[in-house]
Design a protein around this ligand. Sequence first.
Ligand code: AMP
Ligand code: GLY
Length: 420
Amino acid sequence: MKVLVIGGGGREHALAWKLAQSPRVDEVLVAPGNAGTARESGCRNIAVSAEDIDALLALAREEGVGFTVVGPEAPLAAGVVDAFAEAGLRCFGPRRAAAQLEASKAFTKAFLARHGIPTADYATFTEADAACAWIDERGAPIVVKADGLAAGKGVVVAPDVATAKQAVHDMLGLDGARVVIEECLLGEEASFIVVADGTDYVAFPSSQDHKRIGDGDTGPNTGGMGAYSPAPVVTETVEQRIRDTVIAPTLAGLAADGIAFTGFLYAGVMIDADGNPRVLEFNVRMGDPETQPLLMRLRSDLLDLLEAAVDHRLDAVTPDWDERAALGVVLAAEGYPASARKGDAIGGLDGDTPPATKVFHAGTRVGDDGSAITDGGRVLCACALGADIAEAKARAYDVVNIIDWPGMQYRRDIGWRALR
Ligand code: AMP
Ligand code: GLY
């Protein structure tokens, strides 16, 4: 079977790499892919944008694609799964109506409240005066979020009232803009990702991302600078609470609302000192970079799992997970996250990496001479498996040390919460 992966980031390289290992897959097409998927055995890049739904449909028809996996949120929110389904093509991901869970924070907060799913107390505003009055009433710290897809950059965790009000004015500057203002939750964040088939789900092991650019979780938020799995904060008890109070009622609530969810559902949760989870956000896709270490741990066939979801028979599937831990370190370009220096040749990618390690590409393209060139903010993710997080970390940084380009930056402390 030919499989199509939509997207061109690190998550999509990992998805394509894993799908290409399936004995039932002849070839993985990646639209548009990156230099990593261009080099990956069994994969072929196609120069079609991840957001051009008509061109993606035409591609799937021309190539006789049997199954499509959507990586990023933008095509999901634009209805790519609806379009493929109407054309009679099998495509893994939520339909547009269900993708609102990521695309609109106002929708999600109302959904959570309606179904009694734990989350921060909040209010939604379109008027700056009313928003500022609520900020005065609640005091700081307080969190201000732009409604709509913002690639992780539409959130300000304001330490004081003035910062919160400034954020309101910045975000409401656009016509028709809305902000969600919410209580600042304390605790430790974790990512809990499941594959859902509308009714049943299969959970990935827990994972944790590092959102800030700097060591010790300092500096601005990014798309994610590194991740590892499992996350020790998600003990067996905490996992059961996430399943019972977040995942199960969310899937049941969506089904009851007539928008049953098929696809990857990613719950970003804050776990308080008593081990109680509250929802910070949902994503309707895999996390990036969580996908890279998580798929290093998947031993069984990814196509089998995703096909079972589309066919609504997940109750019959039990994936096989590697007992080992996995950790990935993101290597980013100079200037990220504000900007990104592009066009540099990446050194150190040609030799073999040690066993149970893997370098996933993200913002890279193939240069004229066939080499990999930096082409985005997050460029690579160096991953490794290890007996525990400490060993996975040491092995991932051994790989980092082989790689170099001008201005390359990365965090030295990925995994620190697990190693405290
Ligand atoms: P979001 O895009 O909603 O996940 O927000 C991005 C990041 O902002 C989260 O990963 C958290 O680190 C932080 N954040 C969001 N909402 C809250 C909140 N209510 N309390 C504390 N931190 C938050
Ligand atoms: N790593 C966080 C995200 O994918 O949104």
